[in-house]
Design a protein around this ligand. Structure first.
Ligand SMILES: [Zn+2]
Length: 484
């Protein structure tokens, strides 16, 4: 995610207590557990947890299963703000389950089946508790199908813009970090459970529906058009998006992959179009630094809505607020969101506390791009930040920012300074080897700070715990890094 500097500066003040509000669900286990599977079974079946156990967001995601693929079919009519959906979740049980949860905010669930048989379901705040007719056995796959409808609504973490489904003047935008997906489909809403996605978005004819991945066709009937998208590589749920409205579309191909850009027609053709047209050029530059581009498609979406004040690295097709291009061409933000395709998307978080791994590396990539593009060098940017950062940046450890500073200045600026400090300490050769190896070894997976530090030590052959302790966890300005 990239925030305009104006927002970054106030984020720490505004956000406190506003995140992590995904609702209750803590009492889901006891009630769901009362519907036990067949007593004739010798296995013990228990309900899956209502969260994955993320310290920062205890109710995010769920326990007891691992999703392989979502098929999300929704119809949305902006005239009535009504969404009708059927989502199929193909998953594997990781425990013997009598019941399991999905995350779903608002919306009315009409019917749930598991492996084709009707399943009981109840709502506990933003948790959907599903009790299948028979227990699910650990290691076995299962398919849940959920039918639902209603007027979707964003989640109330609006200090960063807005999280989730927003009705706009010409359609809708479903977007947001750290959560958004549960406002339009039932989901295991935590980056530790990545999955493939198929989207079929049906909208009134004349509107466009853009989502992640490869465009795989479009059909029209009875005044409606269905746009189909496939993200076949594993994707964290918050990196999913749909944007519905009137757009200027640009299609192309690059290195055998489709390129699909969409710019809202609320914006006249100009700096936004020119900036995102450089997507493949920037991606090619980053590919030289980080290794092969990790996804099957390229693209960008530019939206104009006062409630979206950020850019987000939605997988294979980032979404940018028009405001980023108000002063003219801006490829810095494009470099930031594209760098996330490697760091944040392909290598995703295991827990939200490690957000600096996403934002520090993406911000550093922005510094590298600026240097490549003829602007100041990464070393000059480091020097300026090191000398000029506000005291709150040094007080706030980016490796443990707390929920209130998850998208604060320290995570971005001190996170990027940490990356530069590593580079200075180990030298360019080892540094770029570390980044490439991290992207390669964790490709389409998840990582943690501890694993990143271990890799950096392995490749550099140096002990780096002091360096990372000072830069990631200290509460005062670390010493200037020096080549060892
Ligand atoms: Zn970012």
């Amino acid at each position: 995610m990239a925030l305009p500097r104006r927002v970054l500066l106030v984020t720490g003040l505004l956000v406190s207590g506003a995140l992590g509000v995904s609702g209750c669900g803590s009492s889901a286990e006891s009630e769901a557990g009362s519907a036990a599977p067949s007593p004739s079974s010798s296995r013990q079946f228990k309900p899956g947890g209502a969260g994955v156990g993320d310290d920062y967001f205890p109710t995010y995601g769920n326990g007891g299963y691992d999703v392989g693929r979502y098929t999300v079919r929704v119809r949305y009519d902006p005239a009535t703000d009504r969404l009708t959906g059927t989502t199929t979740v193909q998953a594997a049980a990781t425990a013997n389950l009598s019941a399991f949860n999905l995350d779903l905010a608002g919306l009315k669930v009409r019917e749930v089946t598991v492996d084709g048989a009707p399943a009981r379901h109840l709502r506990k705040g933003d948790e959907l508790v599903v009790t299948p007719a028979r227990g699910l056995i650990a290691g076995n796959g299962f398919v849940a199908e959920i039918s639902y409808d209603g007027e979707p609504a964003a989640l109330p973490n609006e200090t960063l813009g807005a999280g989730g489904f927003l009705h706009t003047s010409d359609g809708a935008i479903a977007l947001g970090q750290p959560e958004s997906a549960s406002t339009w489909f039932p989901v295991n809403d935590h980056p530790s459970d990545k999955a493939a996605y198929d989207f079929e978005i049906t909208v009134p004819a004349g509107l466009t529906a853009v989502s992640n991945g490869v465009p795989v066709g479009r059909t029209s009937a009875d005044g409606w058009t269905t746009w189909k998208w496939a993200e076949r590589n594993p994707m964290a749920s918050y990196l999913s998006m749909v944007v519905i409205g009137k757009f200027r579309l640009t299609r192309g191909e690059h290195k055998g992959r489709p390129v699909f850009h969409a710019v809202t027609t609320k914006l006249s053709e100009g700096a936004a179009d020119r900036s995102i047209a450089k997507t493949v050029k920037v991606a090619d530059y980053l590919e030289r630094l980080f290794g092969p581009y990790p996804f099957e498609s390229y693209g960008a979406v530019v939206v104009s809505d006062d409630r979206i004040r950020y850019a987000l690295e939605t997988q294979s097709r980032p979404v940018y607020a028009a405001s980023f291009f108000r002063q003219g061409e801006n490829t810095g933000v494009v470099a930031h969101e594209l760098a996330h395709q490697w760091f944040g998307n392909s290598v995703a978080l295991t827990r939200w506390q490690d957000i600096w791994l996403n934002e520090g590396l993406a911000t550093y990539a922005e510094w590298l791009w600026t240097e490549h593009d003829g602007g100041r060098t990464a070393a000059q940017t480091f020097d300026a930040r090191y000398a000029g950062a506000a005291s709150r940046v040094w007080r706030t450890p980016p490796g443990k920012p707390g929920v209130e500073n998850l998208f604060g200045e320290s995570v971005y600026q001190r996170g990027a300074m940490t990356v530069h400090a590593l580079r200075v300490t180990v030298g360019d050769k080892a540094f770029f080897e570390i980044l490439k190896t991290w992207a390669a070894e964790k490709r389409h997976g998840n990582g943690t700070t501890a694993q990143f530090v271990a890799l950096a030590e392995r490749i550099s052959g140096e002990r780096l715990d002091d360096l990372f302790d000072d830069w990631l966890y200290g509460t005062e300005r670390p010493a200037r890094p020096e080549r060892r």
